[in-house]
Design a protein. Structure first.
Length: 133
């Protein structure tokens, strides 16, 4: 696996989440998971939307990188997160997959769940630009 897929970066380290291949292990999918603690909560005791976004955005980047040719990178164009219910604790898991891998733009979709509960916390759609490194 390349550094672009496995490398550490400060925000991932600060939030302390894991990133990996999707459940099927095939290129074009990825998961990210986070054990919720107090640093992830807003003043109302609910996981901050920015934490959910960061989890999903990072998983989408990994899924996109997994289908790109050598020497290519990706960058977020847009991500739409629809928050469906609050998350207050436990383990958040984002699972994403590529819907349409274009030459210049990759379209993805995904869901964020609380581990052990199949009711979504959020549904997501996103697009990533494909760029030369």
């Amino acid at each position: 696996m390349t550094e672009a897929l496995d490398g550490e970066f400060p925000l991932r380290t600060f939030l302390d989440f894991t990133i990996g291949d999707g459940p099927d292990g095939l290129p074009g999918s990825a998961t990210a998971a986070l054990d919720v603690d107090e640093r992830h909560l807003n003043p109302n005791g609910v996981v901050h939307g920015g934490v959910v976004f960061t989890l999903v955005d990072t998983a989408m980047g990994r899924a996109t990188m997994s289908i790109l040719d050598e020497g290519m990178i990706c960058a977020t164009i847009e991500v739409s997160v629809r928050f469906l219910r609050p998350a207050t604790g436990g383990r958040l898991v984002a699972t994403v997959s590529v819907l349409k891998p274009g030459r210049r733009i990759v379209h993805l979709e995904g869901r964020v769940l609380m581990e052990g509960d199949d009711r979504p916390v959020a549904s997501v759609q996103g697009s990533f630009a494909v760029l030369e490194a």
